[in-house]
Design a protein around this ligand. Structure first.
Ligand SMILES: Cc1ncc(COP(=O)(O)O)c(C=O)c1O
Length: 317
């Protein structure tokens, strides 16, 4: 935290190793929410927020991430009654699946609203290292008052390609770290020490390890964005994360498009509706294969798009 963001935290009382950040995010509601309390969950969004809320007996309020809001979860647009009942909100930028990034002004107002209503801000920063075009993703703790209300989650899965190792960590107020530790003490007892040591070694060499991963993803992003544009799709080049969130023509159901793409061209995309109704109208591409295969996939998806224009795909009902 100090090297990456210039922020000091006590390693014993203010940080907690996790078996991947997903584990911590999904366990968090058990630590801080009582049955019936509201949580605020973005849609489309990472499913551990919703699953963890439901497993803990909370009452999740679904906040739609919309293109007209730059896919930002705007607490100002959440009904006042929900804000009063909410104990926890999950916020994730750079975002999965939309690849949106948050402006400083957005993060400032989000922290301010959480302070006003006493809502814990779970800031999921899994993609903070995967940034392009010189963009730098901040820690939530760079914003005034965040130490009072935020718990930040980091993952070594993306930055260091350590997904299968299952290692991440949480940072924040000692009482929140203690609460999450208590839940974990009943469920998992923490990550295998050898994996923690491997994670520490990776973090010690972070700058050197991350730079080529970031460069490779940026090259894949550039290849996929331009190939998708050539294939007839309209999309912005995202500044971060490892996804493209691609709009479909109005009225096309994303599941029908994804089914046609796999059946007709052998190309797998994730339909936006897999993230819930607010994800409809988009599909997600993960930049998990090289530029050449992404170009081939984009051309094939273009063929599916043309079929759509010719009316070969059922429109939305
Ligand atoms: C937004 C987001 N948060 C958290 C995670 C979890 O990462 P891990 O549990 O591997 O650290 C992911 C993984 O895809 C993710 O997309």
């Amino acid at each position: 935290m100090e090297r990456r963001f210039g922020l000091h935290f006590d390693p014993v009382t203010e940080t907690l190793p996790l078996i991947g950040s997903k584990e911590g995010l999904a366990h968090l509601p058990f630590a801080v929410v009582n049955p019936g309390d509201a949580t605020i969950v973005p849609e489309p969004g990472y499913q551990a927020y919703l699953g963890g809320s439901i497993l803990a007996g909370a009452d999740p309020y679904i906040a739609a991430l919309r293109p007209e809001n730059d896919f930002l979860l705007e607490l100002e647009q959440v009904p006042e009654a929900v804000l009063r009942r909410a104990k926890l909100v999950f916020v994730n930028y750079p975002n999965n699946p939309t690849a949106a990034v948050a402006t400083p002004a957005y993060l400032e107002r989000t922290v301010a609203i959480c302070r006003r209503y006493g809502i814990l801000l779970a800031y999921d920063n899994a993609y903070c290292d995967l940034t392009f075009d010189g963009y730098r993703a901040p820690s939530i703790f760079e914003f005034p008052g965040a130490r009072e209300v935020a718990l930040e989650f980091f993952s070594l899965s993306k930055s260091f390609s350590m997904t299968g190792w299952r290692i991440g960590f949480a940072v924040g107020r000692p009482d929140l770290i203690t609460a999450l530790t208590r839940v974990k003490s009943y469920t998992d007892t923490g990550p295998f020490l050898a994996v923690q040591k491997a994670g520490a070694a990776a973090l010690d060499q972070a700058e050197a390890i991350v730079a080529p991963i970031r460069a490779e993803l940026e090259a894949r992003r550039d290849a996929a964005v331009s190939a998708l544009r050539d294939a007839g799709f309209t999309l912005e080049a995202p500044k971060a994360a490892m996804y493209l969130w691609v709009a479909l023509p109005a009225g096309t159901t994303s599941a029908a498009f994804a089914k046609r793409a796999i059946e007709g061209t052998g190309t797998v995309v994730l339909p936006g509706s897999a993230f819930g109704p607010a994800g409809e109208g988009f599909f997600r591409i993960a930049l998990t294969v090289g530029a050449d295969r992404l170009r081939i996939a984009a051309a094939r998806l273009g063929r599916t798009l043309q079929e759509l224009h010719r009316g070969a795909l059922a429109p939305a009902t």
